[in-house]
Design a protein around this ligand. Structure first.
Ligand SMILES: *Cc1c(COP(=O)(O)O)cnc(C)c1O
Length: 388
């Protein structure tokens, strides 16, 4: 052990480090620029202006009007707000909502909550690549359907849904369409007007911004009641003294994401494809999960047959490599990934699946080190495995 221990982070879909330029913009808002944005004196107004700039940057990144952006505490809050308040406010019209089997838990558990409150929820199936069927969606819509919520890009397998087509169907049937775009933001061009979505959830910490700040885009024509009750912040729609530094950081991260998007996406896809290519050639009995075409640029979800993903994860961690099994949210339990189950991965193979996600700080060297380590780890585990 002469070599210094490496540190290779391959879990950018779980969270990302805050970029230095983002942090630098945030820091003054913890100390000298601390005025309450609701205060009328100068320092308060300066804080308010900083939030305005952040809102404009977010709006520019997704093609929205700044008035249509509402800051929240997280992507989770944005999902809960959009789905729960839309459902309750439309209850007189109908009690049916449509979503998919592969949503993030922020969405799935909101839908399950609504079921307990008497709503009916259709969870659409997906095909083996993770795509919803537009025909099944059309067939699922009834007179009682008040909301369709389908994620933009999946956090486990990276599949990107045909969002514009889904939005067109929703519009034709007069149903509100919400999409969880937390994973898509910064990785896929998003223009809410062109796509025709009514509501869209995003989060700062997935795009090199700070944790604990998200936003919900709400099209001006959509009347979404407030989820929390309090003061007049966010035009009264989302009260609570603003997470000033966090919002400033989100704005800066959005500005960087917009400037970098084409280069960022190309760089990530190249690294990811190089990784997948090497794994395919050098490790037997593996399978790549999810669509290889319409997929997030940084995502590789791979099944290593005959072994346990948790064992791979722990041995990689001992070598300084961070990855996840299925999704970070289920890592505390051994519940099989609902996403891999939905695309038809056999149960024993779900347990052998690992998500690798590359990001802006990943190098080719990191990938080479990971492949070499993975080869040893997989061979070792297969030698002691009773499954092989
Ligand atoms: C991370 C994530 C969320 C939750 O966002 P938070 O800001 O961490 O609450 C929601 N949806 C998807 C698809 C995500 O990847």
């Amino acid at each position: 052990m002469t070599e210094e221990k490496r540190n290779v982070y391959l879990d950018y879909s779980a969270t990302t480090p805050v970029k230095e330029a983002v942090l630098n913009e945030m820091i003054p808002y913890f100390t000298e620029k601390f005025g309450n944005p609701s205060s009328l004196y100068t320092s308060g107004q300066e804080s308010k202006n900083a939030i305005t700039v952040a809102r404009e940057r977010l709006a520019a990144l997704i093609g929205a009007d700044p008035k249509e952006i509402f800051f929240t505490s997280s992507g989770t809050e944005a999902d809960n707000w959009a789905v729960i308040e839309t459902a309750f406010s439309k209850r007189a019209k109908g009690n049916h909502i449509i979503t998919t089997k592969i949503e993030h838990h922020a969405l799935l558990h909101s839908a399950e909550y609504l079921e307990k409150e008497g709503f009916e929820v259709t969870y659409l199936d997906v095909d083996s690549d993770g795509f919803v069927s537009l025909d099944e969606l059309k067939d699922a819509i009834t007179d009682k359907t008040v909301l369709i919520s389908i994620m933009f890009a999946n956090n486990e397998i990276g599949t990107i849904q045909p969002i514009a087509d889904i939005a067109a169907i929703a519009k034709e049937r007069g149903v509100i369409f919400h999409t969880d775009a937390v994973q898509a933001l910064g990785n896929v061009p998003i223009d809410v007007k062109e796509l025709g979505v009514d509501m869209l959830s995003i989060s700062a910490h997935k795009i090199y911004g700070p944790k604990g700040v998200g936003a919900l885009y709400v099209r001006r024509s959509v009347k979404l009641p407030e989820f929390m009750h309090g003061g007049g912040q966010e035009t009264g729609k989302r009260p609570g003294t603003e997470n000033l530094a966090g919002i400033v950081g989100f704005g800066k991260a959005a500005e960087l994401a917009q400037a970098n998007l084409p280069v960022h996406a190309k760089q990530l896809a190249e690294l990811r494809d190089y990784f997948i290519g090497r794994v395919k050639n050098e490790i037997p009995n593996i399978r790549i999960n999810g669509s290889l075409e319409k997929r997030l640029p940084g995502n590789a979800n791979i099944t290593f047959k005959f072994i346990e993903g948790e064992a791979i994860l722990l041995l990689l961690d001992m070598e300084g490599i961070s990855v996840s099994t299925g999704s970070a949210c289920s890592s505390a339990s051994l519940t099989p990934s609902h996403v891999l189950e939905a695309i038809g991965v056999p149960m024993e193979e779900i347990h052998g699946s690992i998500r690798f996600t590359v990001g802006d700080f990943t190098t080719k060297d990191d990938i080479d080190y990971t492949v070499e380590t993975l080869k040893k780890v997989v061979e070792k585990l297969r030698n002691i495995s009773s499954l092989s």
